[in-house]
Design a protein around this ligand. Structure first.
Ligand SMILES: Cc1cc2nc3c(=O)[nH]c(=O)nc-3n(C[C@H](O)[C@H](O)[C@H](O)COP(=O)(O)OP(=O)(O)OC[C@H]3O[C@@H](n4cnc5c(N)ncnc54)[C@H](O)[C@@H]3O)c2cc1C
Length: 402
């Protein structure tokens, strides 16, 4: 009987084992995760769960009983430390386990601030897993001052929650503008204005010099422009790195993540990868996506391919972020854009930014505009485009371009 071993019990790992069983796979399945909790969704960690509007059980992707009921051997709280590709074994909690197919769904890890600038002080938190958020949550008391380091989506979402809970919030971003790595200046402007309207102090073009500690606990921060401030705690949102160590040490090919072909297969024919940790071919390039839809879709394709389907993974990138009462939905990838067209909705907060390369639509950032998002998504996925003048005209019906 064939044995599929999956390393990483997160979004991709869970989707993969569910799909295997749904497809009728009747071999042995082992799903191993180093976190104690059963597989859960991460997006609410910086949104509703942190706000206290979502219970723990609702985070779980499946009820805890699901795995045993479906003969999936879920081993949580265990770390895979080594892989021997020639023996076909992994090492988990000191035990050697044989596999026929092995899948890496190991996700990402936080970039931490170095200890030399105070990254190891108490009161300095990252936002990756349940334990991070559970440790940080008691700090969210009205009137406290939190410094958020990094103006990407996670930092901005944490800032929004802190502000909604009545904290004093300062967010510092080293680049010239928040969201610089991922979005156009119009989207940065929109979210800067939104946060400032809620009283968040957004400081751009200034880095953190170091955190100031007192008796091992963070009490202040000095910025690169010399500003000093007292703070009660800090949240670090300076990006993530793919978890590749076990694969890399075993000689699996790495290229901005665990490198796979279009089928999700790595440089070894019975070793696969999916989700945040995997890089894969996309429109002549190799990319890695850090999003729930990618984790699910790619993992499901790998499950089918383990069963012999030979289906290529055709990524349809989309993403979302919730901040205050604004829902941002992003369709497509904006890499290489040379123009951005604005489409204003009937309310001030409803607007979308459409990224073009020449006349080709690449991506859409839609704020409180699910209709614009949906039309953009369908057009992009069909490889079509929309006339720029029509996008800019709020009265033009874009449905005809679908
Ligand atoms: C706070 C937060 C908010 C987010 N918001 C959004 C959002 O709004 N929209 C969106 O699309 N995406 C969002 N994301 C990103 C999304 O959650 C990830 O892209 C997704 O979880 C990736 O799934 P994955 O299975 O690849 O990795 P993960 O879900 O991270 O799972 C990987 C698992 O592997 C485990 N692991 C790693 N190494 C080992 C090992 N050696 N042995 C055993 N286990 C191991 C890890 O502990 C982890 O549990 C957010 C992420 C975070 C942290």
């Amino acid at each position: 009987m064939s044995h599929v071993v999956v390393i990483g019990a997160g979004q991709a790992g869970s989707s993969l084992v569910v799909k295997l069983r749904n497809q009728g796979f009747d071999g042995q399945i082992t799903l191993i995760g180093e976190e104690k909790a059963p597989p859960y969704q991460r997006p609410p960690l910086s949104k509703k769960y942190l706000l206290g509007e979502m219970d723990l059980e609702r985070l779980y992707l499946k009820p805890e009983s699901f795995y045993a009921e479906n003969e999936i051997n879920l081993r949580t709280g265990e770390t895979v430390s080594a892989l021997d590709v020639y023996k076909g074994t992994i090492t988990v909690s000191g035990e050697e386990l044989k596999y026929d197919h092995l899948v890496f769904t190991t996700g990402s890890k936080l970039r931490y601030l170095p200890a030399s600038i105070g990254g190891d002080l108490d009161g300095v938190y990252g936002v990756r897993g349940l334990t991070d958020v559970d440790a940080m949550e008691p700090e969210f008391a009205e009137g406290k001052h939190v410094l958020v380091i990094g103006g990407g989506y996670i930092g901005l979402e944490a800032a929004a929650v802190a502000s909604a809970k009545g904290l004093k919030v300062t967010l510092v971003e080293m680049a010239d503008r928040i969201l610089q790595r991922v979005a156009c200046s119009q989207t940065s402007y929109y979210f800067r204005a939104l946060h400032r309207s809620k009283g968040v102090n957004i400081i751009e073009g200034v880095g953190l010099d170091h955190l100031i500690g007192d008796d091992g606990r963070v009490v202040g921060a000095k910025l690169s422009d010399g500003t000093e401030m007292d703070i009660d705690f800090a949240i670090v949102g300076v990006g993530i790195l793919p978890n590749i160590d076990v694969a890399e040490d075993a000689g699996v090919e790495i290229d901005n993540g665990i490198a796979t072909d279009a089928y999700g297969c790595t440089s070894f024919s019975n070793i696969w990868a999916a989700g945040d940790c995997a890089s894969f071919p996309y429109k002549g390039e190799r990319i890695r996506l850090e999003s729930v839809p990618n984790a699910i879709d790619q993992a499901e394709i790998v499950a089918e391919n383990i069963m012999g389907a030979k289906k290529p993974y055709v990524a349809k990138p989309w993403f979302w972020s919730d901040q205050y009462d604004v829902k941002l939905q992003i369709a497509g990838l904006n890499t290489g854009y040379d123009d951005v067209v604005t489409r204003q909705g009937d309310k001030d907060s409803t607007v979308s930014f459409w990224y073009y390369k020449g006349d080709q639509l690449l991506a859409v950032d839609a704020m409180n505009d699910p209709r614009g998002y949906m039309i953009g998504k369908r057009v992009i996925e069909a490889g079509k485009t929309i006339d720029k003048a029509a996008v800019a005209d709020p009265d033009a019906d874009l449905k005809s371009f679908m």
